[in-house]
Design a protein around this ligand. Sequence first.
Ligand code: TA6
Length: 301
Amino acid sequence: AQVSITDSQVSATLPSRESVEILLHGATVISWKDASGAEKLWLSEGAVLDGSKPVRGGIPVVFPVFGTAPDHAATAKLPQHGFARSSRWEFLGKSTSESSGTKDGGDSSVKLDFGLSPNNLSEEAKKAWPYEFGLIFSVTLGREGLTTSIVVQNVGESVWEFQTLMHTYLKVKDISSILVSGLESASYVDKLTSPISTNMSPSSGNLTITAKTDRVYTPAGGPSDPVTVSDGRKKLYTVARDNLNEVVIWNPWTDAKTMGDFKPVDGYKQMICIEPGTVRGWQKLEAGESWEGGQIITAHY
Ligand code: TA6
């Protein structure tokens, strides 16, 4: 694999031509292309990439809180979705693997590791969340897909708790023909109702996106049931989870026009956010403990 490192990003390309680009800002994956060069992630044309704000698109890393949690004392003072996506991470290194099956030889996958700890945080973030933590975010580019995983370590003396989520913007041709399956008989929180309601999704049928959608699903099958995004009968993506109990489905629909960095304003027709995470309740970490979770995205086209 070819890996190039600049002051702002790390890029990797496999011998079979798949590629990935990750900004050190937020350890945000901003591009994932298949062997033909087709981009799989949606990135706003108005995305700010200079580190001054979270990236609108790609795969922002959400930690230690999903959304805002005004009634959760430890994270109430943090910005929406926490500080991980707004901090400058360190590139820790790469490792490649060569599966015997590679016909043309060469690496069949490359793993890129990124680290975040308190000394990477702004003073205000450290004051707002004064816990001794370590994060390792890994991006593994393979021939069939992309895996992103996070290891959360409590390197301090006191217990603390967190939420984490991978806020993945998947690229689609036309949202009006998209079907999402794998959420049958899952309970979900609909964030667009007030008061916020908890519902059961139908035991059959696919979810279609025909308006603004913002739902936190907890699939009944546990933290590994895959979610599949199809365009009509054609499978586009399968998103499997590892130790992440929830998956958030979001599309801003015409509210996109209220977000200055969401460009073009009708770009919501070309994206769907499928966001694996652990966001209902809090993961508790005792001193010295660590926790891992991840997503495995397979692109079928
Ligand atoms: O994942 C869905 C969500 O929580 C939505 O409620 C919306 O706020 C979206 O994240 C984007 O949040 P952001 O802070 O990136 O604008």
